[in-house]
Ligand binder design. Structure first.
Ligand code: 5GP
Ligand code: ZN
Length: 114
């Protein structure tokens, strides 16, 4: 997707320091962090929203969570815990239409979300 911000980060067209990369997934710190740790795990493949998921995407969606788990382990935040969030469309609060898993940590999260 030539007009997708996160595809441009994946391709290197827009520079970005990845904190994690494998064949299918990259992760990077959120530009507007909502917690002391706030990073995004995204598939390299363009998928706009969770509404676009098909059964063929099951493995890549699992890999997003496994990447989040590994980064949390590496940062030493796993035991205290973290929140995983994936927003979809307007009511979900999605603003970038390339699937991304938010990982938030380093403070107490509240529930329910606003
Ligand atoms: P959404 O609201 O779609 O769930 O989350 C999009 C997230 O992407 C937001 O938390 C926003 O701060 C982050 N974001 C938007 N543009 C950029 C960018 O250019 N670089 C980085 N690192 N994060 C971005
Ligand atoms: Zn994209």
């Amino acid at each position: 997707m030539s007009d997708c911000l996160f595809c441009k980060l994946v391709s290197g067209e827009i520079p970005c320091d990845f904190i994690y990369e494998d064949d299918d997934v990259v992760a990077f710190n959120d530009v507007n962090p909502q917690a002391p740790h706030h990073f995004l795990c995204i598939p390299k493949q363009h998928i706009a929203t969770t509404n676009d998921l098909q059964s063929e995407h099951a493995q890549i969606m699992g890999k997003l969570i496994l990447a989040a788990k590994k980064i949390a382990d590496d940062r030493g935040i796993a035991d205290d815990g973290y929140r995983l969030v994936m927003n979809c469309n307007q009511h979900g609060g999605q603003t970038v239409f390339h699937i991304h898993l938010h990982v938030l940590a380093g403070r107490q999260m509240s529930w329910p979300p606003g």
